[in-house]
Design a binder for this molecule. Structure first.
Ligand code: NAP
Length: 337
């Protein structure tokens, strides 16, 4: 086995849009697993929008990345060595863990989840069957309290979370599923491949106008991945008693100044809307139900998913992350080693 390996560190904190200069690729000694640890050779890692927030030095629901230290995030890898005191994992096992952005990771065995590549491809544990999938499932069914017959609008609809939200809504009997995304190809994918009733490119014109045209009878649920103009448009289109899941606000993650915010908040009282923020970590109780239901839909072909895979490991991870922020991905953005 090699004695050195690459890891990606935060070189500096971005102001506004991050660039490659904010990252450093460092060569380090392959760690030795300590007591209760395993050594994992990463096979695939995730780049996620929330990581942009962790590049800022602000107090949030997850601590900021530290300048000069390796980044962290979801990854799946193969166990290549086992430290003392670990009895439930063996060399050759595949595990899901939180130390991506590096070729080798020494991880506490109690912080990993064993996964089976023969049940589902390893990448899916970072996407459709992983954190983004559970976000979609819980955010629609628990947070938005979706019910059969609801008309649903989801933004970021061709992304990791959005593509699953729209399909769960369809499979659970939505009266209409509408999505927005940032290119003509993505819009086509939503309607032709994933069975959305309608979709639009938010870059083609005002979101409020495009949404109103595609939802003449209004919407009952808005699953917000984007914030800003999308949220304002959804508030306009929501019917009385409608629900909003506030899952993300990616249109604002690289803003250097505070956003102006939806200007139509007054409608929330007139329409008695419910806006509820969600964090996927609060929904672990739904994990088993989620895997059973979504896994069955994948197996039957009723639910499809896309992945955009960047090869090249640590050296390509910053470019993959920046590409995801720009919208280069359809479905889950992943990096393979
Ligand atoms: P993703 O949608 O796979 O990737 C990000 C996408 O955002 C890009 O592909 C891009 O697609 C879109 N985007 C970038 N800038 C935009 C803008 N200005 N306006 C509209 N869309 C823009 O990412 P994801 O992992 O599924 O995450 C989606 C959202 O869910 C993010 O806001 C994320 O922070 C949030 N999230 C929240 C939780 C939670 O627990 N609350 C968990 C996971 C994810 P286009 O080509 O369509 O622009």
């Amino acid at each position: 086995m090699t004695s050195t390996a690459l890891e990606v560190r935060l070189a500096s904190r971005p102001a506004g849009w991050p660039t490659e200069e904010n990252f450093e690729i460092a060569e380090v000694e392959v760690p030795t697993p300590g007591d209760g640890q395993i050594l994992v050779r990463n096979v695939v890692m995730s780049v996620d929008p929330y990581m942009r927030g962790r590049m800022n030095d602000v107090k949030s629901y997850v601590p900021p990345f530290q300048v000069g230290q390796p980044l962290e995030g979801g990854a799946v890898g193969e166990v290549v060595a086992v430290g003392s005191g670990v009895s439930d994992l063996a060399v050759g096992d595949n595990v899901l863990h939180g130390l991506g952005w590096r070729e080798y990771a020494a991880v506490d065995a109690k912080h990993v989840v064993k996964v089976d590549g023969s049940v589902a491809p390893l990448s899916t544990y970072l996407g459709v069957l992983g954190m983004p999938g559970l976000t979609a499932y819980a955010g629609l069914l628990a947070t938005a309290e979706f019910k059969k017959g609801d008309a649903v609008f989801v933004s970021g609809a061709a992304g990791a979370v959005g593509q699953i939200v729209g399909q769960i809504a369809r499979l659970k009997g939505a009266s209409r599923v509408i999505g927005s995304a940032g290119s003509a190809d993505k819009v086509k994918y939503l309607v032709e491949e994933l069975g959305f009733d309608a979709a639009f490119n938010y870059k083609d014109g005002p979101v409020a106008e495009q949404l109103a045209e595609l939802a003449p009878d209004g919407i009952d649920v808005y699953f917000d991945n984007v914030g800003g103009e999308h949220l304002e448009a959804a508030i306009d289109s929501l019917n009385v008693g409608g629900h909003i899941t506030m899952c993300g606000a990616i249109s604002q993650y690289n803003d250097a100044e505070a956003p102006k915010g939806p200007r139509n908040m007054i409608q929330i009282l007139g329409k008695r809307l419910t806006l509820r923020g969600m964090l996927v970590g609060d929904h672990k109780a739904l994990q088993q139900q989620f895997v059973a239901e979504v896994g069955a839909w994948i197996a039957s072909g009723e639910l499809k998913y896309s992945e955009t895979v960047v090869e090249g490991g640590a050296r390509q991870a910053p470019a993959a992350f920046l590409g995801m922020l720009r919208g280069d991905n359809t479905g889950k953005m992943l990096v393979t080693f």
